[in-house]
Design a binder for this molecule. Sequence first.
Ligand code: V47
Length: 376
Amino acid sequence: MLNLRLEDANLQPIANKVLAGERLDLDDGVALYNSNDLLAIGYLAHHVREKLHGKRTYFNVNRHINPTNVCVASCKLCAFGRKPDAPGAYTMALEEAFRTAGENWTEAVTEFHIVGGLHPDLPFQYYVDLLRGLKERFPSVHLKAFTAVEIAYYAHITRMTVKEILERFKEAGLGSLPGGGAEIFAPVVRRVICDHKIGAHMWLKVHRTAHQLGLHSTATMLYGHIESSEDRADHLVQLRKLQDETNGFQTFIPLAFHPANTELGKLVEWDETSGFMDLKNIAISRLMLDNFPHIKAYWIMMSPRVAQIALRFGADDLDGTVAEEKIYHDAGAKTPQVMTRQQIVRLIKEAGFEPFERDTLYRPVVRTETSVSVQV
Ligand code: V47
């Protein structure tokens, strides 16, 4: 029996529901976001996390590859995208991308996480060849590639359907989709922070189609800008609804807005989110997303220090070693760009949890002195 002391009496009916294993509704989500009783919210989220995963805490050994930062969109939230002739714009030739993938191969990476800008001139075949070439060179590595925004853009430039694009990619080696581009689904907020991006309907359609083709994916939400408690709760409820339909999402990742070097950051004097806000978002997503197996505390975004504490606030996954993250670091993130396997394991153990190295599909990875294998 939990012995829970609530400072915020509004949380009592929510606590009763959580302890009875009942689903929370939109109003509960709003009440949670409007409450500052962080310890009670975290305690409830930890209760759910322990029921699902016990002490197990997942991480993987991955590498991010961003083949281009050239982007036709000009999203105010983003510090990564560049116009083709802007300083710092780059596009990797395929051989360069393959070389980047193989750098620092010492950790025996099990996942490449590949996302980039919406390039005006690169042909669709570039992306197919990128996947195929990576798969040929690194057959054991899972390719988690292209956000829903990129997939919808390729459909637009080729006049193919989303399903056809995904089928071509799957055939070339695509293993799953990352969760970027979701931002906040509320149209009024999207119009300000990313008015060139696809809307919620299309984002959800791409993930629905991927799930129907047997691909798994992750989902994200960008918080800490102009969104309201209602917008956040609505975002989570929309994701939960699609998950009820397809069961294809593996993980949810709340992403904190980093204002440096962004147009949005210039609109007002923006502060980075606080640790309080980051932990609250982790905990509320664990409570609202009762049909998502995993909640990820992305250490790149929230710092290894806060991510470690998030393991006691509902998170069960720390993402991976990453190796050279660009999207957050272009937006001023001061976190490291890479962690070693040993550093992640230490963070997890020190917080009283059991490290569990997973592949992208959450299967156990077994390492010996000379080999790495996935237990199926
Ligand atoms: O969609 C962009 C966000 C996302 C900024 O699927 C920014 O496992 C903060 O989705 N401040 C890309 N956020 C990263 C992403 C991701 C990361 C880790 C794991 C997974 C996964 C997915 O980053 C974008 C956007 O929401 N972003 N600019 C910024 N200035």
